[in-house]
Design a binder for this molecule. Sequence first.
Ligand SMILES: Cc1ncc(C[n+]2csc(CCOP(=O)(O)OP(=O)(O)O)c2C)c(N)n1
Ligand SMILES: [Mg+2]
Length: 585
Amino acid sequence: MAIATPAANAAPAAPAATHEMTDGFHLVIEALKLNGIDTVFGLPGIPITDLTRMLQASGIRVISFRHEQNAGYAASIAGFLTQKPGICLTVSAPGFLNGLTALAHATTNCFPMILVSGSSEREIVDLQQGDYEEMDQLAIAKPLCKAAFRVLHAEDIGVGVARAIRAAVSGRPGGVYLDLPAKLFSQAIEAAAGRNSLIKVVDAAPRQIPSQDSVKRAVELLRGAKKPLIVLGKGAAYAQADADIRTLVEKTGIPYLPMSMAKGLLPDTHEQSASAARSFVLPEADVVMLVGARLNWLLSHGKGKTWGGKDHKSWGGQKFVQVDISPQEADSNVRIDAPVVGDIGSCVAALLKEIGAGWQKPPAEWTGAIAERKDKNIAKMAETLAKDPVPMNFQSALNVVRDLVKANPDAILVNEGANALDFTRSIVDMYKPRKRIDVGTWGIMGIGMGYCVAAAVTTKQQVIAVEGDSAFGFSGMEVETICRYDLPVCIVIMNNNGVYKGTDVDPTGRDPAPTVFVKNARYDKIMDAFGGVGVNAATPAELRKAMEEAIRSRKPTLINAVIDETAGTESGRITNLNPAAAKKK
Ligand SMILES: Cc1ncc(C[n+]2csc(CCOP(=O)(O)OP(=O)(O)O)c2C)c(N)n1
Ligand SMILES: [Mg+2]
């Protein structure tokens, strides 16, 4: 009898116990999902193409842009609007660098955002052997963000994502960089171990309660004021403590000034709003309470002529209360007599409690003097808005936008440009919190279309963008993104043929001047290319009709508003910051 060979007769050897496996791709997605991330803004390519597909397949919404900078701006403002970190996903080196401006912008503006970038082989990058898209991204990101992390092992993905989320939203929010090398994505580990390694972040942005002493000190200072003023910053808007902030303003009766992105925290038509008397209240006030507003250039550093100081650097004599999340903010520019450190919601609640009942409202001389200036300025503005010049100027066009925002108070207004920004800020009243988003701390051009996409995607509301023609150019290609996702965005381009105005000429006669563009350009035709609605509007009536139709239909719309090319001023309202040559020729 032949000896049966085991190979021929034996039952196949029992397979080694099969372990369910997972990999870096899946762990990144699960870590994000576990922490409530439902949207990612990005642009695919090596090594994250499959990640974008798998994210989408997992149910996370992936909004794919034409340039990473715009995806980054979208993520940054999604962070501002939702208090969750906005996620921007990019490829290595060039994609990462394209996203980096937005990351720095998020940090400067205190918006929670995480830039997640794929990166190349560490071993090759570190030996500088010339890898595909070689760059030490972690080192480059570090000085531009609040925190930067790299994950090398699949089992550390949970920790990496958790740390990035905490860093982005806790304390003063900001931009965080998360570096994910290509090799990480396909690293396989046992699924059970993978699941156990993930972290659901508990209390990512813990309340920070102000000390009782600091609250008492602040309220005492306010109580003794003859000419008090409250300044609301975008930190106050971010905090989502809208009802308490309104109660604080109304209960104390103190006039208030909203910074640009705090407009609408209380309706701009509120009788205590001192916006129309800004140049009167800043130098005149004796005690100023800053709520989530920093004394940076936007508030002339709290000193100088704006504040009644003798020259551009001297203190105007005001005492300041500063309510801020960061213990390092006070005294950054002038002395802060009463810092109140904590999250805005907790601070405002504590202030309200300390104020209690029986608060003496500010003297009538103060509020009366403000009302007088306000009424005069508002009447002057009404006169200007009523004019109907040909061609349109900023005021006659924005009078239409003003009406439409009033009729649609839930719409989100995106705004960038120089004159297009300044005129819109002062003419278009806002009625609800976090409805105005703009160039922020840096006065940055290019946020426009990214903000439009993020605002429409995260809030589902109608978006109206008022764009300078130069400003629009920085992100104009994203109108394709707006059409592709069929977003309810109505873009109004204030087309004055250039940067600030369209009238400059090259003294040598060779080229167009650096500030001017093609005359009478038809930006509306860009929209036609992608199936959106493009309208050329030469009169306020045409502009009104087109905007009404856009809002009614919720179709992606771009209106080219033809503005007098002589209408703007150099640098809008910050001409004083523009160095002029001492030697003229
Ligand atoms: C990223 C960036 N680049 C350049 C600038 C300088 N800058 C300030 S406003 C502006 C454009 C102003 O022109 P436009 O948007 O047409 O507004 P207008 O004043 O004409 O209404 C530029 C280029 C900037 N703020 N940000
Ligand atoms: Mg312009």
